[in-house]
Design a protein around this ligand. Structure first.
Ligand SMILES: *Cc1c(COP(=O)(O)O)cnc(C)c1O
Length: 384
């Protein structure tokens, strides 16, 4: 085994016509923003997922930043979110002066615990940001109900949730706003990229302006004004056509990509089940009503030291597995908001025990079996 090639954690791949479409974009003479492929991607996502308006942006982070700007927050306004998430979930809102209020997660899905949200609401609360971890939905009925009762906005961080569903509705299509990522580690990719999903009409016009340098250029293109000019604060949150062309090649192959990821997920789930039954590992849970996109596959060890030993052992066997996240409330930045270790016990415990296994379209069955066998051996021969 020592001499087998390294199994990477992730590997981006070409699903179909990505490079051909890039050549076509160049030939058509438009490689900046909002050309043929940008429109094609937006339309595909809008129609397939029932989203009122989709704007392609440079990253999932940019989508979150635009969403945060659209929420029109005042300094000191509070935004409820999990601490177990990627940095951008929080930083996007902190950039506009808001204060992140971290709520603990559910031990089954690692998503924000919807039963703990109400207790975190204050006079200053304006937004709830559910993060759909691994493409498994948060409990959106409950979250939307709380938002309605307290008059809050909901911004879905669906960076990992493209082509996943909650009770038949696409993630990103449920909240007032939703954010997708097409980063190379996600399911559908273009290197770096993202989309802002707008489900509440009220936000469309301003979103177009903020995305286009604070100008009303989109209105001008549609012939609604006779010149375009500076009307608001904004920045350049557009995606280059070249990347949109690449992305279109991926989105066209969405079903094939989804099917392969499901296969890989099922293979891990089936072959690691005995280790779960013996109490060595806990496997992911997908609640009824949630249709996952199988973005990732993780295992939870009984404790932190076992996790660290497991990661080191996989590495020594040439398998690149990773852990995440450092809970945001224990990060240097998170602490500046008054948080400390011990504040969110479920988050801290799970973050210390989680390992993500290699998961990508071209992961061969042979390599996947190597991962499974390495884990089996670890628990039957080494860690006992
Ligand atoms: C990937 C990710 C982001 C950021 O997306 P980028 O495209 O890398 O900027 C934000 N939130 C979550 C939960 C993510 O997984």
């Amino acid at each position: 085994m020592k001499n087998s090639p390294m199994i990477p954690f992730n590997k981006p791949f070409i699903a179909g016509k990505e490079l051909y479409y890039i050549a076509q974009a160049v030939t058509m003479g438009n490689i900046a923003a909002d050309g043929y492929f940008t429109k094609a991607c937006s339309r595909l996502l809008e129609e397939r997922f029932g989203i009122r308006k989709v704007l392609l942006v440079p990253s999932g982070t940019a989508a979150l930043e635009l969403a945060a700007m659209l929420c029109n927050l005042q300094p000191g306004d509070e935004v409820i979110m999990p601490s177990y998430t990627f940095v951008s979930t929080a930083s996007a809102f902190v950039r506009v002066g808001a204060r992140p209020v971290f709520v603990d997660i559910r031990p089954d899905t690692l998503n924000i615990d919807e039963t703990k949200i109400e207790a975190a609401i204050t006079e200053r609360t304006r937004v709830i940001v559910p993060v759909h971890y691994g493409g498994v939905s948060c409990e959106m009925d409950r979250i939307m109900d709380i938002a309605r009762r307290y008059n809050l906005l909901v911004v879905e961080d669906a960076a990992q949730g493209v082509n996943a569903f909650y009770k038949g509705r696409a993630l990103g299509s449920i909240g007032h706003l939703g954010c997708y990522s097409f980063h190379e580690t996600k399911n559908y990719i273009c290197g770096e990229g993202g989309a802002l999903c707008i489900n509440d009409e009220r936000f469309i016009e301003r979103a177009e302006i903020l995305r286009d340098k604070g100008t009303n250029r989109q209105k001008f293109f549609r012939g609604e004004v006779d010149k375009y000019t500076w009307v608001d604060i904004g920045s350049s949150y557009v995606m280059a056509e070249i990347l949109a062309a690449f992305l279109y090649g991926q989105l066209e192959q969405m079903d094939a990509i989804a099917a392969r990821r499901f296969e890989i997920y099922q293979h891990y789930a089936m072959h690691l089940k005995p280790l779960e039954e013996q109490g060595f590992l806990r496997l992911p849970r997908i609640p009824a009503g949630c249709q996952s996109n199988h973005h990732l596959f993780y295992v939870l060890t009984p404790d932190g030291p076992t996790r660290d030993a497991l990661l080191a052992h996989l590495k020594s066997e040439g398998i690149h597995a990773v852990f995440h996240y450092v809970p945001l409330h224990t990060s240097p930045m998170g602490r500046t908001f008054g948080y400390k270790e011990g504040d969110l016990p479920v988050t801290e415990s799970l973050a210390a025990r989680l390992v993500r296994l290699p998961m990508y379209y071209e992961l061969t069955q042979h390599d996947q079996e190597r991962v499974v066998v390495t884990l089996e051996k670890l628990f039957s021969e080494i860690l006992i």
